[in-house]
Design a protein around this ligand. Structure first.
Ligand code: WT7
Length: 644
C-alpha cells in the first residue's frame, strides 16, 4: 500500500489520498447541495432506479403522514434482479455459507436468483396469494429466506419476517397482527452444531392464527411433525414451476413489508414500509456509506429477521448489483475464528456487524486473528448499539489493520435505512461518534421544550421534514400508536427518535441511549414491558420489574426483580422458571441475566414502579431522594439482596 490509508488529525481520522480517489463520494459540496433542497436531491437519486411510470410529486406532507414519489410505479425486484441481468447475469448475487464446515457454500448468480424468485412467485400465486396479502416468513439464514422475501415483493404481497429464534408465542402474536394466511418455514437449521427443530415451533405458533398453508423448506433433514393438507414442501412446489414471472407493478406508496419492533408497551408494533421510497434510500445509503464498487463482496452479519438484514443483507446490495454474503451459523462456532475464515475464503471486502460481536471477539484475545490475513477488507461498518471507544479501536486496529475506514451507522427499524453515518471518502471517523446526517437528512437535538441545543448539549434526537424516503408510513392497523410514539413529543411535524444524543462542534453526532423503556441487548431491541408481561404470566409471580444493567459485551442485559406468591418452591427453582418463562414467550435471545426475588418493589404513591431507582443499583449513581416513594424501605432491602 505504501501511502497512508487513514490519516490521523487530533482525535479524528480521515481517508488518505488513495482511499479518497477511489471513493463514490469525495466532494463535501454534496451536503450543501442536498440541504438546500432535500426533496429535489432525493428525486435526483430516484431517477437512477427503473420506474414503470414516473412519480408526480416528490414529497407530500399531511402531518403526521407523508408520501414519497406519489403516482410513481415501480417493482423493487425488477430493480434488484431483472435490471442486473443486462450486465451481471452470471455474477454471484448471493453467497450462502452453511454452518457445518464440511458443507459447500451455495452461490446463486443474478440470473439464478431471478429464476428461483420467479418460480416461487408462481407458487405463491397458485396458492392464491394476491397483491397486498401478508405472508409470514419464519426462516433461518438460508437462501430461501431471501428468495421468499423477493418473491413476495415480486407479486406485490407484503412480507413479514419473524426472526427464527423467536419463540412460538412471539411468532403467534406477529402472525395474528399481520393476518398472514401463509407461513414459510423450514424443517430445521444448524446452530452450534445442533439441529434446531424450527417446524415444531412453527406448528405451535400458527395455532389460533389465520394461517392456512405452511410451506416448509427442507434444510436439515430432521424429523418433523406434518399436517397433511396444510403443510407443503417448498422443493415439491417449485419443481415444475415456470421460471418466468412478470413483476407486479406497484404504486410507490403500496406496502412492501411489515416488520415488528419493540416500542414503549409490551405489544410489538408492525412498522409499515412502502415500495418506492424504501428502494431509493436502500440503494443510495448502501452505495455511498459502504462505498460499493462492482466487485465488492458485502457481508452484513445481521439476521434477515431484523431491519438490518432486510435493507443491507438483501435489498441494498442487490439494488446495487453487488454480491451479498449470508451465514447460517453462530459467529464463534466451532472456533472463534469462524468469521475470519469466511472473510478470507470468500474475499469479503466490506463487513457490517454490531458492537456486541466485536466486544465478544475482543474477549478472545488476538491469537485467533493472527492465522488470517483479512486483507480483502476495505471498509468496516457498525450498527445497532453504542459503539464504545475501546471496541472501536480494536475493530480499527486488529481487524482493519488501520487501513479501513469505520462507518458507524445510526438508524432504526422505523427509518428503513441509515440516517447518520460518516462517508468513507470524506470522513471524519471519530471513535464513539456516529458522524453527520446522510445528505438529504435533517436532524436536530432538542430539549424537552423543543428548543434546539448547541454543541455538547445533550437532548432528544429528532428528524425533521422531509424525513427520508424509506421512513415508516405508519404502524399497521394502529394509527393511535403511530401518533403517540413518534409525533406526540414535539408535534406532528417532528419525528421523535426516542434516542438521547449530542453533537460536537463539527456537528458529529454522538448517541447517548434510549430515553424510553427500550433496552438494547446485544443490539436486539426489546422493551421492558415485553419482558415484564412475559414474566407476569408465571403463576407464582405477582409483581415484577425489569431494568437494563450495563454489560461489557452485550451493552446491556435485562435484570428481573420479582415478587412471588407464597410458595413451597425453592427460590432457585422459581428463578429458573422465570427465565424459562421469558424463553417461552419471547425466545432465547434476551433472557434475564439475573432474577432477584424481592419482597416488594419501590413504588410511587400512585402505584407506579420506580425502575429508575432499581437501575441505579447497577450504575453506581446515587439513589437520590426516596421520600416520594410509598415504600422507601423496599429499596434498602433490595439493595442488600443485590449488593450483599
Ligand atoms: C435503536 C434502533 C437499524 C439498525 C438496527 C437497530 C440504537 C442503532 C446505533 C448506533 C448507537 C444505535 C438506537 C436506535 N442504535 N444504531 N450506530 N449507535 N445506537 O434497529 O432495533 O430498530 O433499534 O438502536 O437506540 O434508536 P432497531
Amino acid at each position: 500500500m505504501g501511502k497512508e490509508d487513514i490519516i490521523k488529525k487530533g482525535d479524528l481520522y480521515f481517508p488518505g489520498e488513495e482511499l479518497k480517489k477511489g471513493a463514490q463520494l469525495k466532494d463535501e459540496a454534496i451536503y450543501q447541495k442536498a440541504a438546500k433542497d432535500p426533496v429535489k436531491f432525493w428525486e435526483e437519486l430516484a431517477q437512477d432506479l427503473k420506474w414503470s411510470k414516473k412519480w408526480e410529486k416528490g414529497f407530500s406532507h399531511d402531518p403526521p403522514y407523508f408520501e414519497w414519489f406519489k403516482g410513481g410505479k415501480i417493482n423493487i425486484t425488477q430493480n434488484a434482479l431483472d435490471e442486473n441481468l443486462k450486465e451481471r447475469a452470471n455474477k454471484p448475487a448471493l453467497i450462502w455459507i452453511p454452518e457445518p464446515i464440511e458443507e459447500q457454500a451455495r452461490v446463486l448468480s443474478y440470473q439464478e436468483l431471478l429464476r428461483e424468485v420467479n418460480k416461487f412467485s408462481n407458487v405463491l400465486k397458485k396458492l392464491g396469494v394476491k397483491k397486498g396479502d401478508r405472508v409470514g416468513i419464519y426462516l433461518p439464514m438460508v437462501p430461501e429466506a431471501i428468495i421468499a422475501m423477493l418473491s413476495c415483493a415480486r407479486i406485490g404481497a407484503v412480507h413479514s419476517v419473524v426472526f427464527s429464534a423467536f419463540s412460538p408465542a412471539a411468532l403467534k402474536i406477529r402472525l395474528q397482527d399481520t393476518g398472514a394466511k401463509i407461513l414459510i418455514t423450514a424443517d430445521g437449521y444448524y446452530r452450534r452444531g445442533k439441529i434446531m427443530n424450527l417446524k415444531e415451533n412453527a406448528d405451535e405458533g400458527v395455532k389460533e392464527t389465520e394461517v392456512e398453508k405452511v410451506i416448509v423448506v427442507k434444510r436439515a433433514g430432521n424429523e418433523i411433525p406434518w399436517q397433511e393438507g396444510r403443510d407443503l414442501w417448498w422443493h415439491e412446489l417449485v419443481k415444475d414451476e415456470s421460471d418466468q414471472c412478470q413483476p407486479e407493478i406497484m404504486d410507490s406508496e403500496d406496502l412492501l413489508f411489515l416488520l415488528a419492533t419493540s416500542g414503549s408497551t409490551g405489544h410489538p408494533k408492525q412498522i409499515m414500509h412502502t415500495c418506492g421510497g424504501y428502494a431509493v434510500q436502500a440503494k443510495f445509503t448502501g452505495k455511498w456509506i459502504f462505498d460499493w464498487h462492482e466487485n465488492d463482496i458485502f457481508w452484513c452479519t445481521a439476521d434477515i429477521g431484523w431491519i438490518t438484514g432486510h435493507t443491507y443483507g438483501v435489498y441494498s446490495p442487490l439494488l446495487n448489483g453487488i454480491t451479498t454474503l449470508i451465514f447460517e451459523g453462530a459467529p464463534d462456532w466451532p472456533e472463534p475464528d469462524r468469521w475470519c475464515q469466511i472473510v478470507d475464503k470468500h474475499q469479503v471486502t466490506v463487513f457490517y456487524t454490531a458492537p456486541t460481536a466485536i466486544r465478544m471477539f475482543e474477549k478472545y484475545g488476538e491469537d485467533f486473528l493472527k492465522k488470517h490475513k483479512l486483507d480483502s477488507l476495505r471498509i468496516l461498518g457498525s450498527v445497532g448499539e453504542i459503539f464504545d471507544e475501546a471496541a472501536w479501536y480494536w475493530y480499527f486496529e486488529k481487524v482493519g489493520k488501520r487501513r479501513c475506514p469505520i462507518v458507524d451507522t445510526w438508524w432504526q427499524t422505523e427509518s428503513g435505512g441509515i440516517l447518520i453515518s460518516s462517508l468513507p471518502g470524506m470522513g471524519p471517523f471519530k471513535p464513539s461518534f456516529i458522524g453527520l446526517p446522510f445528505p438529504g437528512v435533517k436532524i436536530d437535538i432538542l430539549d424537552n421544550k423543543g428548543k434546539s441545543l448547541g454543541p455538547d448539549q445533550q437532548g432528544n434526537l429528532v428528524i425533521l421534514p422531509p424525513f427520508a424516503p424509506g421512513f415508516l408510513r405508519g404502524v399497521y392497523k394502529n394509527s393511535k400508536k403511530y401518533l403517540e410514539t413518534y409525533w406526540k413529543q414535539y408535534g406532528k411535524e417532528i419525528y421523535f427518535t426516542s434516542d438521547a444524543a449530542y453533537r460536537d462542534k463539527a456537528g458529529l453526532v454522538r448517541i447517548v441511549g434510549r430515553v424510553d423503556d427500550v433496552i438494547k441487548v446485544a443490539g436486539h431491541r426489546i422493551t421492558i414491558g415485553e419482558l415484564e408481561s412475559a414474566i407476569a404470566l408465571h403463576e407464582d409471580i405477582i409483581g415484577c420489574a425489569v431494568v437494563g444493567k450495563p454489560d461489557e459485551i452485550k451493552g446491556e442485559v435485562p435484570i428481573a426483580f420479582v415478587v412471588s406468591k407464597k410458595t413451597e418452591k425453592p427460590v432457585e427453582q422459581l428463578k429458573k422458571e422465570v427465565v424459562e418463562q421469558v424463553k417461552k414467550e419471547i425466545g432465547p435471545i434476551v433472557l434475564p441475566q439475573e432474577v432477584y426475588l424481592v419482597e416488594d418493589l419501590p413504588k410511587t404513591r400512585s402505584g407506579k414502579i420506580m425502575r429508575r431507582i432499581l437501575k441505579k443499583l447497577f450504575t453506581g449513581e446515587p439513589l437520590g431522594d426516596l421520600s416520594t416513594l410509598a415504600n422507601p424501605q423496599s429499596v434498602e432491602k433490595i439493595k442488600k439482596i443485590v449488593c450483599g
